[in-house]
Design a protein around this ligand. Structure first.
Ligand code: C5J
Length: 221
């Protein structure tokens, strides 16, 4: 069973029951000139994850292991977006409004899709989720159960929002979660730092935190 150096201690995982989850690496969040940047965010804080994540995904695919992508977004008629979510953010820059890359966070729009560098390949699962967590109102639980998955290697954006929510949801459902510090990103450096600390604190209250090169080495052994 491979093991990687992690906080708060080594993380061991079984290659037959571990999936890589790549959360919301979407153009609306990551592209310069897009929705994320238009809200005043520094997208370079997220874009630094692209290169290590591409390397991890290549190694993961080469090892023939399951890879699941998620995309946060809504139907064009917004019927799956509750007012409590829709009414957030700057007026005229809300979900469904026209943005640089199409209607913001709407399924089928250019901005809703995953950045070119990390596009899914044939056979990989893509989960469209209306919430922050990847389990809420999606088929993720069923897919993991069907495939006998027990552990998740969690990556993507943003650390304190959709990554954290998904890890917490996964924890409550009995999954062991390893979060990769170099493959998750926040627009806010302080949230990145504290978000990662919160996962591994108290003996790993939500899971483990490591760096992607140690996972790549472990699966190539
Ligand atoms: C946000 C996400 N930050 N994917 N979404 O609204 O974290």
């Amino acid at each position: 069973m491979p093991a990687v150096d992690a906080q708060p201690g080594p993380f061991s995982f079984d290659l037959d029951s571990t999936a890589l989850v790549v959360i919301d690496m979407q153009r609306d969040f990551l592209l310069p000139g897009g929705f994320g940047e238009s809200l005043g965010n520094d997208v370079s804080q997220l874009r630094r994850t692209i290169e290590p994540l591409a390397a991890l995904m290549a190694a993961w695919r080469a090892a023939g292991l399951p890879l699941i992508h998620t995309r946060e977004g809504h139907k064009p008629d917004l019927s799956d977006c509750p007012p409590a979510k829709l009414n957030r953010g700057a007026p005229s820059m809300r979900i469904g409004d026209p943005g640089t890359f199409g209607r913001i966070l709407i399924q089928g729009e250019y901005g809703h899709d995953i950045v070119d560098e990390l596009q899914p390949i044939e056979g990989e699962t893509v989960i469209d989720k209306p919430g922050k967590g990847a389990f809420y109102a999606t088929e993720l639980s069923d897919i993991l159960e069907k495939d006998g998955i027990k552990s998740l290697v969690v990556t993507g954006v943003t650390t304190e929002v959709c990554v954290h929510t998904t890890v917490r949801e996964a924890n409550d459902r009995g999954y062991e979660c390893l979060v990769l510090a170099d493959c998750v990103g926040s627009y806010f450096p302080e949230f990145q730092q504290v978000g990662l600390k919160m996962i591994a604190a108290q003996g790993g209250i939500f899971g483990w935190v490591a760096e992607s090169p140690s996972v790549i080495a472990a699966i190539q052994e």
